[in-house]
Design a binder for this molecule. Structure first.
Ligand code: MRU
Length: 370
């Protein structure tokens, strides 16, 4: 794990000694009241942690799923060894397929999850095709999962540098949901430019949407910006227009869960409204996301699957019931912002501007050429 990320905002990592291995997660469902680290022992626990938002944010769930697959094989090997049995390569391979399937059922929208599972699966297929040993397969998968985490850390740094160039000293910015360190294995996506700008000595102020229904802005973004000492103002989601009109907001930075080939962006519910407000006030609307969030197989955002979550997230605020019992509720976790509202998409490979069907493909071509 990179040294320069403070322990308190480290989201997920692998821990191993001679006897055991665990995936360690900062339990985000308890923040900011409690800072608790979970030590997950098998892929079922990892899948449950993703489903119940103990870990959340598109890049972070991809990294977690990759570690989850490595853990699945580690556990199977360990159990076989305890019984004095040797695992066959076929058993190991089949188990990995099943683990990937289980992890893929957790959350449908963030494409980073499927990207990471498929990358782990491809590495396994490659090694199995070469007739490797089971021990070697296990080691290679741990290395691959760590590479996914390390690449995400590096991508955050690059996105931070590209994005910080768009922030001037004295700027007031607005963000929605949490697309910071807690949502990645590094400094974050949308918050990374703020961290880089602030560490370079630029004075910034961030308006943070609380992000109903489950308050990732209030609970997570406010907490992690506070940890870094970046001045912020927490607002309810319905205050964004007011502060765009009166608060001197110079730019909006948000993350993404999936970006279609035409630049349509799925992100936390409410992002679309923020984008429309930004356009009405002539404020640039920047989306910050790594290439692992871009899904060129989908021509437009209409094809992005939107997660529907438990109605209780809307009828209750934490333990308090706030709506009449039995009321009809809708709770889509994400919305799609049409590309026409997006000023630029900041990736680790550079900044894409319209027309996105051309510029996003260009970024991918450059990635594969390099
Ligand atoms: O439901 P969540 O908390 O996983 O939603 C997270 C978001 O919508 C983030 O903005 C997105 O994943 C980008 S994270 C760098």
């Amino acid at each position: 794990m990179p040294e320069d990320l403070p322990q308190r905002v480290r989201t997920v990592w692998w821990e191993e000694d001679e006897k055991s291995a665990t995936v360690v997660l900062l339990d985000q469902s308890l923040l900011p009241q409690q800072v608790v680290y979970l030590h997950l022992k098998d892929e079922e626990q990892v899948a449950d942690a993703i489903k119940t938002l103990k870990v959340r944010g598109a890049p972070a769930i991809g990294v977690t799923a990759a570690f989850g697959m490595a853990l699945a094989l580690y556990r199977l090997q360990r159990e076989a060894a305890e019984r004095g049995e040797a695992l066959t390569l076929d058993q190991a391979h089949a188990h990995l397929l099943a683990a990937g399937h289980l992890l893929g059922l957790t959350r449908p929208t963030a494409v980073n999850l499927f990207w990471a599972i498929e990358r782990m699966q491809r590495r396994a297929d490659q090694l199995v095709g070469q007739g490797c040993g089971v021990e070697e397969l296990g080691r290679a998968l741990r290395t691959e999962a760590q590479a996914i985490a390390d690449e995400d850390f590096a991508a955050c740094q690059r996105m931070g540098e590209y994005g910080a160039a768009l922030i001037a000293d004295g700027d007031t910015l607005l963000t929605h949901c949490n697309a910071g360190a807690l949502a990645t294995a590094g400094w974050g996506t949308a918050l990374a430019p703020m961290y880089v700008a602030s560490r370079a000595g630029k004075q910034i102020h961030v308006f943070v949407d609380e992000t109903r229904p489950i308050l990732q802005g209030a609970r997570l973004t406010a907490w992690e910006l506070q940890q870094e000492g970046i001045p912020l103002t927490l607002i309810t989601d319905n205050m964004a227009g007011h502060f765009m009109h009166h608060g001197g907001i110079k730019a909006v930075f948000v993350g993404a869960d999936r970006i279609a080939a035409n630049g349509d962006v799925a992100n936390k519910i409410g992002t679309y409204s923020v984008a429309v407000l930004a356009r009405a006030h002539n404020i640039p609307f920047y989306v910050v996301a790594p290439c692992s969030t871009v899904d060129l197989s989908l021509p437009s955002g209409e094809h992005i699957p939107i997660e529907q979550r438990n109605p209780e997230e809307v009828t209750r605020v934490r333990d308090a019931q706030v709506a009449p019992v039995g009321v009809n509720v809708a709770n889509p976790a994400f919305d799609v912002t049409p590309h026409t509202y997006v000023t630029a998409i900041i990736t680790e490979k550079g900044i894409a501007r319209p027309p996105y069907e051309v510029t996003l493909r260009q970024i991918f071509r450059d990635e594969h050429d390099s």
